[in-house]
Ligand binder design. Structure first.
Ligand SMILES: Cc1cc2nc3c(=O)[nH]c(=O)nc-3n(C[C@H](O)[C@H](O)[C@H](O)COP(=O)(O)O)c2cc1C
Length: 188
């Protein structure tokens, strides 16, 4: 298996991070990988916001929890009710990915960039996790204030976030994924 395939298959969501910040060179490599992702019409409509500010991330988490508790989403209410829940798993770096509302394909572009971040991080042995829970906050008025604070461009919406940091523990070994989701149509 080559190094790219190893990174793809070894990647697991990391939910426990060391406090130590990742190196800027590593972060830059990850950001380069993000913006190398494919995009639908050749003009990427994504924006990346890197946050390495524990106080700001903790504040966002408090407001995420409040927003989810006011919602009807039982799944997420259960998630945030777990004692010591932290939507960003206390990671030292979070990259927020947002996309242009006016681009019908921006969700695809942003998800491609998000996946590239995860694979690039794993290739550097940096832990990562795709985060969606926090999005509940961005549907509210408070979310609009955070969009300004985070420097999200006008007319852009949050699509995903990725936590990054050195892994506290090695990746869990998970059973291989079911292969019955694949079929072949071949002419021989
Ligand atoms: C759209 C999306 C949203 C996700 N949101 C969260 C999240 O908010 N919190 C979290 O811990 N994991 C989140 N995950 C990670 C999934 O839980 C994880 O990828 C899945 O359980 C498979 O495990 P693996 O990543 O270790 O292979 C999300 C993944 C995706 C694709």
């Amino acid at each position: 298996m080559n190094e790219t395939l190893k990174a793809i298959s070894n990647r697991r969501s990391t939910r426990s991070y060391k406090e130590e910040q990742i190196r800027d060179t590593e972060l830059n490599d990850i950001l380069e990988a993000a913006i190398a992702a494919p995009n639908a019409v050749g003009i990427p409509k994504w924006h990346l916001t890197v946050v390495q500010d524990k106080d700001l991330l903790d504040r966002i988490v408090e407001d995420v929890i409040e927003a989810i508790k006011k919602s009807n989403n039982k799944f997420l209410i259960d998630v945030v009710s777990i004692p010591n829940h932290h939507s960003f798993h206390h990671a030292p770096t979070v990259i927020f990915v947002s996309g242009d509302n006016n681009s019908p394909y921006c969700q695809y572009d942003c998800c491609a960039a998000t996946e590239n971040i995860l694979i690039a991080a794993e290739s550097l042995n940096i832990g990562s996790c795709w985060i969606g829970t926090f999005l509940s906050l961005f549907a509210s008025e408070k979310g609009e204030e955070y969009k300004k604070e985070l420097g999200i461009p006008e007319g852009y919406n949050l699509i995903s976030a990725v936590t990054l940091g050195y892994k506290e523990t090695e990746n869990a070994v998970v059973p291989s994924r079911k292969k019955d989701v694949i079929n072949f149509i071949r002419r021989r």
